[in-house]
Design a protein around this ligand. Sequence first.
Ligand code: GLA
Ligand code: ZN
Length: 669
Amino acid sequence: MKKMPPVLLHGGDYNPDQWLDHPDILAKDVELMKEANINCVSMGIFAWSALEPEEGHYTFDWLDERINTLYKNGIYTFLATPSAARPAWLDEAYPEAMRVAADGTRNRHGNRHNSCLSSPAYREKVRQIDTQLAKRYGSHPGVILWHISNEFSGECFCPLCVERFRGWLKDRYGSIDKLNHAWWTSFWSHTYTSFDQIEPPYTNGERSVEGLILDWRRFTTWNTTEYLQMEVDTLKQYAPDVPVTTNFHATDSLDYAKLAEPIDVISWDSYPFWHKPDETLPYTAAVTSLMHSRMRGYKAGQSFLLMESAPALVNWQPYNKIRRPGMHRLASLQAVACGSDSVCYFQIRKARGSAEQFHGAVIDHLGTNETRIFREVKELGADLQKLSCLQGSRIHSKAAMLADRQNSWALDLCQGFSRNRNYQETLDRHFDAFTTATGCDLDVISFGEDLSPYSLLILPMCYTLSEEEAQRIREFTEKGDTVFATYALAYVDETLLAHLGGLPGGGLKDVFGIWNEEVDSLYPGETNHTFYQGQEYTIRDFCEVLHLQGAESLCSYEEDYYAGNPVLTKNSFGKGSAWYLAARTDDAFLRKVYSELAAAAGLPVQALPDTVEKHVRTDDSHRYTFYLNFSTESVTVDVPEGTDLLSGNPCGPSAVLPAYGAICIKEDL
Ligand code: GLA
Ligand code: ZN
C-alpha cells in the first residue's frame, strides 16, 4: 500500500466541475492554493454528471487536466467516487435507485443521501464508473487516497431492502422461534410464524418491538458496509496500492465501528458550534475532542484525517456565527493534537449558486487572497509545515471510555427511566471532566475492542451488555486494572432482553460488589445531594438504590427514602478494583473522582487550568505535547522542557499561552 506523504495534509473539497467554463478561475485557484500552503484537495465527490453526462459516455479530460496540473504544483488529490449524488439520467433510467422513506413512499429525483444501497442497478452503475476511475487514475502519483462516496447515512425501506433485511435476520437467528424469543414477541401477541411476515419499522407499522428496531438499524449498518465493501473491492481490483477512506460525520444512524472495517484510513468531517452563548468554549472544545478521539478509536492507535471542517462559517446551523480571529487555527491544531494527520476544509472555492453558495470557503466569491479567512488559512498552512514531523505519530492513552453506537441506539429505544437519558451529553460530560481533571488523553472505544492497552476503563450508562462483553470487563478487572461504571449498567443484553437475577446483569454483581434494586427518576429541577470528602455535590435525573454486597460505600444520598444508600462504591475484585456511581452527579463531582481514579490507575495526571487542553502524540523517538488555550485570556501552564515547534523557541518549565494560543513541545525520548 502506498504510504501517505511525510507531511501534514492541508486542503479540502474542491469542485472544479462547477467552474469548467472559467479557465481563468481554475488557473487562479491553483495560484491561491499554493499561496495558502495547501497541498491536497478532495475532487470528484459530487461530479458524476461531469464525469458521465450520459449513460456510458465518460468525460475524464477535465479531471486528467486538473489532477495533472495540481500535482505539478505540489498538490495531491484524494479522488472521490461520485456515488453520493446521482445524475438525472440515472434516476430516469433506474427509478429503483431512489430511496424509499419510512412511510413507504419512494423519494423523487434530487438531493443526496438518496440512493437505495441494495439496488443492483445502482450498484452496477457505481461499479462501472468506479472501474473507469480506478483504471485511469490508480497509478497516478498525484492520487494518494480514494475517497468513497460522501458521508454515508440514512436508511431505505424499499421492497429490495426489506427482502435483504429478512435474509439478514435468518442468518442472525437461524429460526423464527429464536427471533421471537429475542424480540419477546409474545408480548401483545406479536409472534411471527414466518420471516416473510417481518417488516421494517415503517412509521405506520411495528414500532413497539424495540428488538426489531435495533436489528433494523444493525441491518442498515450491515447493508451500508456491504455496499461500501463493493466500492472498495472495485477500486482495489485495479488500484490495489491506493489506500481507501470514506468520510464519517456526526451521525447517529450508522455504527461506524462496522464501516471502519473495509477502509484503510479513518477520516471525518468536524463542524463544532464554536462561540455558542450557552456553552463555554472549553466545553465545546471537549465535545469536539471527544469526537476526534472517537474517530481515532475506529482504527485503534492509527492517526486519522480531518477530511472536512469549516474555514469560516457554515450555512446550515440555525445561527451561522463566524469564527473569531484565531479560532480557526486553534480548532485545526486541536484536530492534529488529537491524532489527525490533516486539516481539510469544506471547501476550497465557494460555490456560486445552489444550496451551499454561502457556506464558508478558503476562496470567497471575491476570488482573491484579500480576506481574513484566506490569511488565517495560509498561516495555519505554515504552522502545519512546522509540524510535519508529527505525521504518523500516535496517541497512546492508558484510559478508555466505552461509547458504543449500539448502546446509544438501545438507550434511545428504551421506554423506561425518563426522557432525559441524554446518553451523548453524559459521554460529553464524563469526557470533559476526565480530561480537565487529569490532563490525560482518553480513548473512546466500541464493544469488542482490545482492552489490553488500558489500565482504566470508563463505562458511562452502559445499558446494554452481552454476557461476552460482561466477561471481558470481568477479566479486565480481575487481572489488576480499574473499571469505573455508572448508573444504568447492564440492564439488558444485546437483544434488549432484561438480564435476570438482579442488576448489574451479565454476572457483574460480584465484580462491583453491589446489587442495584431500583432506579428513581427525578423531575427536572428536583435534586438530591451527597457529601464526598467534606464537599457537597448535587445529584439530578437518576438515582439508583444500591445494596452493598462486598463493596465499600464512599458517599451516600443525603435525602429521600434512600438517604444513606450508597452513591459511589468501590470493590476489590481479583487484582483490580471496580467503582460504581449510582447517580447522575454534577461535573465537579466527576472531576474529583476522575483525578483520584486516574492517579490510582497510574496515569500521568496533570491538573490543568479550566480553559486548557493537553494532548500527547509520540513516535519511536519523540514526544509531542500540545497545550491549547480555549480562552480569550492568556494563561500560564507547567510544561515539559523542549522546543515549541510552532514558535521554534525553547520552552519550559512553564509557558504563557496567549488568547487562543497553542504550543507543541517536542522532546526526545
Ligand atoms: C458535509 C458534506 C459537505 C458539505 C458540508 C457543509 O460535511 O460532506 O459536502 O455539505 O457538510 O458543511
Ligand atoms: Zn432500498
